[in-house]
Design a protein around this ligand. Structure first.
Ligand SMILES: [Zn+2]
Length: 296
């Protein structure tokens, strides 16, 4: 059970958002800055996302009549304008996901701000509006990131894990929603095999890997929760995997009371039921610690 389930629109039992992180080949360039540009296998593995998988995924969403959220490093927005145009034409949301998938926790505050702002400008230019949602590359968010999000009027983050359902993160400077992730609904563990960046996962069969996501859905549906796979075009958008995912989405939409929406719309709904007094979200207060937790 979930202690305080959110009342979803039209009596839906579960809010659903399939969120794609379109990292493309940013991963090899950031991890191998000297020779990544000449490593053709990982470049092609990543490029498959915007060029082959994204059109396939968008066609499914068009057919099912749903709009979803994509998180895209700004360098990928500049590099793959056709994919970006297609995502925007479909009415989907694009969230901030760093500039070149840099890990914020590996940079100083000033460097973090530089890359954050640079990516923010690329988003505004490409989409015509500032991004409202953020997902940290590899979920690596620190307090500096949260502060930057609040300073730039972001509505939500989607990188952290303190609950099953969306909650509020309150800091002295302001607040934003957390649309929580977890590794059980991420396609990296079952499907990523990427020695160059240190991942050597045993690749699972499509139905085997995706079954974990479907079981997560069942639990959330029963509890009135929030089902949010965190998936990647170059992994879950591959032919056999997407075939299974597409069948699952179709079946769920035909047989269950579900609400598929982009994360910004889900956050707006939570705000509206909070504002009208029909719901009180759980609040996490940040920063968690003022400094290192010493141990003797
Ligand atoms: Zn990513």
């Amino acid at each position: 059970m979930i202690q305080n389930p959110i009342p979803w629109p039209n009596g839906a039992r579960c809010a659903c958002a399939v969120t794609f992180d379109m990292d493309a080949d940013s991963l090899i360039h950031i991890s191998r800055p000297v020779d990544g540009h000449d490593r053709l296998y990982p470049i092609t593995m990543g490029k498959y996302g915007p060029t082959v998988a994204i059109p396939r995924i968008l066609e499914t969403y068009r057919r099912l009549g749903i709009k979803q959220s994509f998180f895209i490093p700004a360098w990928c927005i500049e590099q793959y304008p056709q994919a970006i145009d297609a995502i925007l034409e479909g009415g989907h949301e694009i969230g901030h996901h760093g500039y070149l998938h840099e890990d914020p926790t590996e940079h100083s505050g000033a460097e973090q701000k530089y890359w954050f702002d640079r990516a923010f400008e690329v988003h505004k230019k490409a989409t015509g509006k500032p991004p409202r949602g953020y997902r940290g590359p590899v979920y690596n968010v620190n307090q500096t990131v949260i502060d930057l999000l609040i300073e730039n009027a972001f509505v939500y983050d989607s990188s952290l894990m303190a609950d099953d359902i969306p909650y509020v993160m309150q800091t002295p400077a302001g607040a934003l929603y957390e649309m929580p992730v977890h590794w059980g609904t991420d396609d990296w563990p079952p499907f990523a095999h990427y020695a160059e960046i240190g991942y050597m996962m045993p690749v699972r069969g499509p139905s085997d890997g995706l079954r974990a996501f479907f079981e997560e859905f069942e639990a959330h549906y029963e509890a009135g929760g929030f089902w949010m796979p965190i998936v990647h075009p170059f992994l879950t958008g591959r032919l056999a995997r997407w075939r299974q995912m597409e069948k699952f989405l179709e079946e769920v939409m035909n047989t269950k009371d579900v609400w598929f929406a982009p994360l910004e719309e889900i956050a707006a709904h939570i705000k509206s039921v909070t504002d009208d007094g029909s719901y009180t979200p759980r609040v996490e207060h940040l920063p968690y610690y003022e400094g290192p937790v010493l141990q003797r």
